[in-house]
Design a binder for this molecule. Structure first.
Ligand code: BEZ
Length: 219
């Protein structure tokens, strides 16, 4: 069964090009992003990994570890990283899981529908789709998104969603459509006007159920 938001992610032992460890140990007290790709040495995947590598300082600034995964092996991952650096301009410092036995892919439901057919599945069907899992320090799934093989992901959106999750977790607020850091946030409907004033100070009532407020700017 697919992982659902607020499920604790499975604490699997994984082999990566940077060593073997348990997923929960690796996450530790950090936030984490696990992202899958179908195959090493392929065009879209190589551009995606370059994009994640270039955002290294942004992940660090948010206390977030990233880890890639495909069904290729450790040696392929090591060799592919040179191509990622050539194409993306930055060396990928994060580990890539070698899920040759498909344990992680199955546990996170990363395989395409064809891979689950009892007959007719080929090795090509067992390539993972482009999934993203954002996991909190409590090891619970906070957000997931799934893209097909033909569409490279927008990692600026992954970063924006991470900002929204961390803001929501840190301040007990929600974020509106297209929210960016610094924009007004939404006070949850479960909070009374009295409690909202005590917690956030001034707020704008757009509609009785849409109340917006500013968060203190980080110093
Ligand atoms: C890619 O471009 O990332 C890709 C192409 C073919 C198979 C898998 C991935």
């Amino acid at each position: 069964m697919a992982l659902r938001i607020n499920d604790t992610i499975p604490d699997l032992s994984v082999d990566t090009d940077l060593g073997s460890f348990s997923l929960h140990d690796w996450i530790g007290e950090s936030w984490a992003i696990l992202f899958s790709h179908p195959k090493d040495f392929t065009p879209v995947c190589t551009t995606e990994f370059g994009a994640v590598a270039r955002l290294g300082a942004e992940w660090d600034a948010r206390g977030t570890k990233v880890i890639g995964i495909s069904v290729d092996g450790v040696e392929e991952h090591k060799r592919w990283k040179a191509d990622i650096e050539t194409v993306g301009g930055t060396a990928p410092g994060f580990p890539i899981i070698a899920d040759t036995g498909l344990e992680v892919s199955k546990a996170f439901d990363m395989l395409p529908a064809e891979a689950y057919l009892p007959e007719g599945a080929t090795p090509a069907d067992s390539q993972t789709v482009r999934a993203v899992f954002i996991v909190g320090p409590d090891k619970k799934l906070k957000l997931s998104m799934t893209y097909p093989m033909t569409v490279g992901r927008n990692f600026a959106e992954v970063l924006r969603a991470l900002d929204a999750l961390q803001t929501s977790a840190g301040h007990g607020v929600a974020t509106p459509a297209d929210w960016q850091v610094g924009d007004d946030v939404i006070i949850p409907t479960a909070v009374s006007n009295e409690d909202a004033a005590a917690k956030f100070g001034a707020f704008e009532t757009v509609l009785p159920y849409i109340r917006k407020t500013k968060l203190p700017v980080k110093g």
